[in-house]
Design a protein around this ligand. Sequence first.
Ligand code: HEM
Length: 515
Amino acid sequence: MPMTKASNISTPSWAHHALIRLEGALNRIFGNRLNPLYHLGALGFYFFWLVLISGAYIYAFYKTGITKSYSSVEYLTHDQWYLGGIMRSLHRYASDALVVTMLLHLLRELILGRYRGARWFAWTTGVLLLWLILAAGINGYWMVWDKLAQYSIVTTMEWLEWLPIFSEPLPQSFISQNVLSDRFFALISFMHVTIPLMIVFLLWIHIMRISRPVVNPRRPLMAGMLLTLLMVALLKPALSQGPAIMEIEPGTLGIDWFYLFVYPLLDHWSPGQVWALALGLTLLLGSLPWIASGRKQIPVAEISLRNCSGCRLCVADCPYEAVVMRPRSDGLHFSQEAVVVAERCVSCGICVGSCPSSNPFRSETDYVSGIEMPSLPISGLRTLMMNDLAKLKESPRIMVFGCDCAADASQLRSASVAVLSLPCIAMLPPSFIEYALNEQHVDGVLITGCRENDCYHRLGVTWTAARLTAEREPRLRSRADRVRIRQVWASAADLKYLTMELESFRSSLKNLRMS
Ligand code: HEM
């Protein structure tokens, strides 16, 4: 297939630029390793576990019944404030933190456009998680059976009643204390166990198509978050708002805006309007992977069986579980062969960089690697690189290998700089670096991609760095002079930084020549 250029750069939107700048500011405060915006999914898991652990403690003391529910929570809050009260507050504030983290995670994936193509799966299961987590939180407020619970449950019933599926008016069941049975409280309590179990199941599905998902934030981040939640718990303990008495209107109430934001809306809008908003938003979010326009994905990876030795390196490096192994089908003496699961592939090309056969410098003609991106074949990349190298006129000559998701490396092209930009920097087979240096086509090689811990394709930067330090196959061989290789990790907003690093690299190459 003909190939004219390797680069598929899309200009970042203003929102993307703003996000990268915000992340840059947080990098300066926390460092790349602990930037909370780089760990939102993992933080979501962490807050959820905190909610489960603190919830299990409260549950051990919780009693079901019209007076018992309220008094058992009061007992924990006041009589056992030093543990039960703290656990209750931790349960509430970790739940709030979970909502904030989840919304930020959603927003970040949205801004980065990581909801299209194969990512529809994580995206739509994420939308379902939104509903379940909000439902679990609202249900949690009913457990306390205070005035807020009374207001919330009556308003919810009025909202649900609008649906044409209920034969009897739902709010009738809550007009007096006498109509509420212990079974009703047992049901609320049962829901508060069942919905979190459903969330656990859905979380497992959510990350099913992601290899090596990061589900635990780094320890200092965990400790910092826990400490903050405990401090808030001590300074502003979670309290009930007086026992529910169904015959008396609850009056003015304090509201948890993270979970109960819909209720003030229900006070002003009709149930039908709120249903339209909730379902409309859910439909819009859920269908986004199919309706939103944006960067078009290039054709997915393809295996060339005659060049595949079944070594599994592509399986190990694919961040999306999109390459699997199966028994050999072509009679060659290898036991297995790689297969691309097309619907999971995001066309990052990382598998091409991992393939030991991706070395187009051994033979000139008809070269095909074991795994290829059909629109960016490895032989075509070689031609692009050689054409750009042939234009170099000034010394020191530098070859820049860049990434389409990071700082726009093509801006660096000049009489002394050749550039090859790839869908992900980890698509680069080490053989390209060795060839450019060892055949003396250039004096130095600069490799650039997304900021550390923030690879657009999750693992590309990690794998590239490990290949360069020979910690991961395919390794950059020792004959490639490390002094002539520089790695610079720079996002789409870091072009200035990348340019400065290039200048500094140029100076060090000049010094090398003189020494
Ligand atoms: C409590 C709720 C959630 C938790 C704990 C959670 C957790 C995670 C984790 C751990 C990952 C893998 C991150 C990695 O290792 O690269 C992930 C990926 C993802 N999540 Fe969530 N998530 C939640 C909700 C959501 C929501 C509401 C959405 C959007 C509607 C969403 C969209 C995504 C997408 C699109 C990915 C895939 C990113 C990629 O392919 O690079 N998640 N999530």
